[in-house]
Design a protein around this ligand. Structure first.
Ligand SMILES: [Zn+2]
Length: 59
């Protein structure tokens, strides 16, 4: 089960290979080898990187 790294909701949909979108807080995030990158989705669909989190989602 994938949890949102920001709000820990499980309302997360997969939108790419290792890319997910949280329908609870409207952030998108990517799981990478070093951790999680979080993106805010703009009105025009452009992703704006917010922060890189530690690998707390893995496992
Ligand atoms: Zn969330």
């Amino acid at each position: 089960m994938i949890y949102c790294p920001l709000c820990h909701s499980t309302m997360v949909g997969k939108v790419g290979a290792s890319q997910y979108y949280c329908r609870n807080c409207y952030y998108e995030f990517k799981l990478g080898g070093k951790g999680v990158k979080v993106y805010k989705v703009g009105e025009d669909g452009i992703l704006d990187e917010v922060e890189a989190l530690s690998s707390q989602l893995q496992g």
